[in-house]
Design a protein around this ligand. Structure first.
Ligand SMILES: Nc1ncnc2c1ncn2[C@@H]1O[C@H](COP(=O)(O)OP(=O)(O)OP(=O)(O)O)[C@@H](O)[C@H]1O
Ligand SMILES: [Mg+2]
Length: 298
């Protein structure tokens, strides 16, 4: 665990800390929440999609931003075939507002397109400024922007996780996933002095197993990092979640009264009732940080 964290620390130092923001803009009430994990395949995309739907169901104007370049991405899970993706914005063919796709349940979606996020690294200064200006439009389109990231301590994941005001760290109760989740929390703590971290335990076999795992992370973060991490809640292992992926119909839509859907609704409640709403999200600053982190090369 320590090795992994140390390695990443070195990598972050090579990348250089994000430079000071030159172009501050007024605060916005838009909340930026990155969903990430240490270990892969722990359920980030499923949770992002369903959490977005749950928040929309509670009356929030939600935009789901796919920052994952993996194959099992947001549009596949929703059975959507987006006509345009972030790639079209990066190569100047489309404005960002033109690629926002209407998803089910009233959510909006920005699809990544394979390789799209990586291309942020290749923008020159003026392209980057243009891109950031375009991104300003997004914050007027949503109250909550959920960002589904890839897994692990890679720059393309960290850029989003480090830039977001709030981070949902997803883990399973398995020791390896917990260790990697702790590694991610440690990095967030080192690189951002005030990370607001919510832990979600997924695929637990019982509530007590989930609670034990969640509390473990809370205690570890407190004891070794002196960091307050919030245990937001859990989802049990549910064959219905697997079926939902195959059928490309998220549980929040296909079985809204199922235990998993109810757990997801509770997670959404937790996010909405927390103090997190007080954070001043600013999309311009957020993406400026993201692209600054990207621009550093290994
Ligand atoms: N609560 C659950 N119960 C059962 N299976 C689940 C649950 N949550 C997710 N899964 C399954 O786990 C697999 C991985 O889920 P998902 O793609 O959401 O993970 P991920 O963290 O986004 O992965 P990656 O790191 O590759 O982006 C999927 O096959 C999904 O159906
Ligand atoms: Mg994923």
């Amino acid at each position: 665990m320590q090795d992994q964290a140390e390695k990443l620390r070195e990598m972050m130092e090579r990348m250089g800390a994000p430079a000071a923001l030159e172009k501050p803009t007024g605060p916005s009430s838009c909340r930026l929440i990155a969903v990430t994990s240490g270990k892969g395949g722990v359920g980030k995309t499923n949770i992002s999609v369903n959490l977005a739907l749950a928040l929309a169901h509670k009356g929030k104007n939600v935009l789901l931003f796919d920052a994952d370049m993996g194959l099992a991405n947001v549009d596949v899970m929703l059975g959507l075939i987006p006509q345009y993706t972030l790639l079209n914005v990066l190569n100047g063919q489309k404005r960002l507002s033109e690629i926002v796709t209407e998803g089910p349940g009233g959510i909006k979606i920005v699809a990544s397109g394979s390789g799209g996020v990586q291309e942020l690294a290749d923008l020159n200064e003026s392209q980057r400024a243009k891109f950031l200006d375009a991104l300003m439009e997004l914050q007027h389109q949503a109250e909550v922007i959920l960002i589904d990231t890839g897994a692990g301590l890679h720059r393309n994941v960290l850029a989003f996780a480090l830039a977001a005001e709030e981070v949902v760290v997803v883990t399973t109760p398995e020791p390896t996933a917990l260790m990697d989740a702790y590694g991610m929390i440690k990095i967030l703590h080192r690189e951002r002095r005030d990370p607001q971290i919510h832990v979600v335990v997924n695929m637990a076999s019982s509530p007590s197993e989930a609670d034990e795992a969640g509390q473990k992370l809370v205690v570890l973060a407190k004891r070794f990092l002196d960091l307050k991490v919030e245990y937001l809640g859990f989802l049990l292992r549910d064959p219905g979640m697997v079926r939902a992926v195959k059928e490309q119909k998220p549980v929040m839509l296909s079985s809204p009264m199922s235990p998993s859907a109810l757990s997801l609704a509770r997670l959404a409640d937790g996010l909405l009732s927390g103090k997190s709403g007080a954070v001043d999200g600013n999309l311009f600053q957020f993406f400026k940080k993201v692209t600054q982190i990207f621009v550093g090369k290994d």
